[in-house]
Design a protein around this ligand. Sequence first.
Ligand SMILES: [Fe+2]
Length: 196
Amino acid sequence: MNDQATAPTKSKVSRQQLEQLWPELAWIDNSQLREAVTKTWLLAFERSPLLPEDLNTIPFTLLVANCPTSFMEHKRCVVHIAKDAAHAMQNFMGKALKIDVDTVIAGAILADVGKLLEYEIKDWKAQQSERGELLRHPFTGVALALECGVPDTVCHIIAAHAAEGDLVKRTTEAFIVHHADFMAYLPFKNANNLKK
Ligand SMILES: [Fe+2]
C-alpha cells in the first residue's frame, strides 16, 4: 500500500502560511465552508512532498512544455475569473439562474488541491508521481475534501472541473469554474500566444 495515503504526519504548513498563499480564502463568507476548504489544503500539504514555496515556482500544468506560469499564478487567476464571472451572471441572469458564489469560490480554490498528491519534484523539476499517474488530481482532490467535510456541491466542482467532468452533468457553479480554468489554460497550448 502507498504509505502516503495512511501515514499520520504533522502539519508542515501553518494556517498563517496558507492564508498568505491563498488570500482568496477570506472571500468565502460561510465560516464553516471556509474552515473545511482551509483544512483540505492543510491536509494536502501534510501528505504532499511539495512545500508552499514550490507552488510559486512549479508550472501549473505538465501538459504544456516549459510552461511559463506558476501553479499559484494560474490558480489564483482562475479564482478571480470565476468569482467575477459568478457575480456578472448573478447580476444579469440571477432571475433565471441560481448561483452560489461561495460554492464557486470554494470550488475554484480546491479544484487543483489534488495536484499536491499528483506532482512530485525530481531533479528540481515537477513530474507526475506514481499515484498521480493512477489517480489524477480531480480524484485525489475529492478524497481530501470529503475527509475535511467539504460539501458535495463543492466536491462536484473538484470532480468535474477538468476533462473528466465532460462526462458529468455540471452544475452552474461547476460550469463557471471549468470555463475559468480552461480560459486560463488553453491559450498556453498554442505557443504563438506567449510573449516572445
Ligand atoms: Fe485541474
